[in-house]
Design a protein around this ligand. Structure first.
Ligand code: GMT
Length: 375
């Protein structure tokens, strides 16, 4: 089977899921074509079954906004024709499902067609997709997809609530390749903390929806009771909130490490004791699953699909969005009790194993086959 994957190339969750899925399919012998504006961050382009097609947007002074979606649909049409693709898989409705629909229309003009799978990831439904500027086009392109999948039950519910969807939505959860989290041989905690200190970690694109100010406040509360350090990984607009917090709390400057984007994320997660995810909205929380695969329990909000991943009192603790006090108290309880922490680290790993790639990949393969059969 020849599969075309349309995704964002950046560090966002949808791009990571699309890339990991495509690489796993390529390892199983499928021919996988990535169509994106840049080489996806984690893509191993040396795999002979993987192809990358960069969307080229021609700039022209007349355009105030460059027409990316037109260039994207043209590129999808060309790749389908040139490489004789069997199926298209759009990750994130905007603009991928919409551009794929346009490409399908171009193909139909020539008596051809190709099935389209759209995977909904979260903000395409709960945030961006709801804006009146996009809503109708998002609803339309989801309904034009031959198969629709969602990364959690919560996101499926939100999609059905916010849009008039006329087709069945299949939940295929996000996944993790636990084999990439083999015991870290040369990981050194001392790079980040003293021997008697605990390590708290937060990884995100630092957008307002991640509530980084809650991360900082939780750490401030925890640090008063437990010797600890906070590691923040990622870049984004709310970096300014972190700088402001440090200006207001100069005594914490030496306690907080800002690493930006890193390549050895898994290594650092394995050194950590607790992962903080107080998000306002989260369709799944892939970052929490990555932490669990690295034996790290999670203190989170109960937003969206997080409770499907982080289990209260088992893999960590959850509290209402914005309840910093509860999240701080849970973190203090967890980090102050070595026995509890050791047990939760084991539980976190067991939970990650339930979401292992080995279990989820066959579901995707089956879904592709069913889509092709019904097309
Ligand atoms: O979290 C983000 O802002 C990035 C966003 C994306 O589309 O890249 O992540 C969404 O998709 C991830 C992968 O399916 C999910 O794990 C995240 O929970 C989801 N983010 C939100 O719903 C805010």
């Amino acid at each position: 089977m020849k599969i075309g994957i349309l995704c964002y190339p950046t560090y966002g969750g949808s791009g990571i899921v699309a890339t990991e899925l495509g690489m796993s399919l390529a390892n199983k012998g499928y021919e996988v074509h990535f169509i994106s504006s840049a080489l996806p961050a984690r893509l191993d382009i040396t795999n002979p079954n993987i192809f990358f097609h960069k969307v080229n947007v021609q700039t022209y002074p007349l355009f105030q906004y460059q027409p990316y979606d037109i260039a994207l649909s043209s590129m999808i049409y060309r790749v389908v024709n040139l490489y004789k693709l069997d199926i298209l898989h759009a990750h994130y409705a905007i603009p991928y499902a919409y551009a794929a629909f346009t490409a399908k229309q171009m193909l139909k003009e020539e008596g051809k067609d190709i099935p389209l799978v759209t995977t909904l990831h979260g903000t395409d439904i709960t945030l961006v997709g709801q804006h009146p500027s996009y809503k109708h086009a998002v609803e339309f392109s989801i309904n034009q997809s031959d198969t629709i999948t969602s990364v959690s039950e919560s996101l499926k519910k939100d999609t059905l609530q916010f849009f008039n969807i006329k087709k069945e939505i299949q939940v295929i959860t996000n996944f993790i390749d636990n084999s990439e989290f083999d015991e870290c041989m040369n990981c050194e905690r001392k790079q980040f903390a003293n021997a008697d200190e605990k390590i708290l970690i937060h990884v995100s694109n630092l957008r307002p929806v991640k509530r980084v100010e809650d991360v900082l406040q939780i750490f401030k509360n925890v640090n008063k009771k437990i010797k600890s350090k906070l590691v923040i990984i990622g870049e984004g607009p709310d970096m300014e909130k972190i700088n402001q917090f440090l200006e207001e709390n100069p005594d914490l400057i030496g306690e907080i490490r800002l690493l930006g984007k890193v390549n050895d994320l898994y290594k650092i997660l394995q050194l950590s004791d607790v992962f903080l995810l107080p998000s306002e909205q989260e369709s799944f929380g892939l970052a929490a699953l990555e932490a669990m695969a690295a034996n790290t329990p999670v203190i989170s909000s109960n937003a969206g699909g997080i409770p499907e991943v982080n289990i209260q009192g088992e893999t960590g603790y959850l509290a209402e969005i914005g309840n910093v006090e509860a999240m701080s108290n849970y973190t203090i309880k967890l980090l102050g009790d070595e026995k509890l922490l050791a047990q939760m680290k084991i539980n976190a790993k067991q939970q990650a194993i339930k979401f292992d790639l080995k279990n989820i990949l066959p579901i995707y393969e089956h879904m592709y086959q069913e889509t092709l059969l019904e097309f």
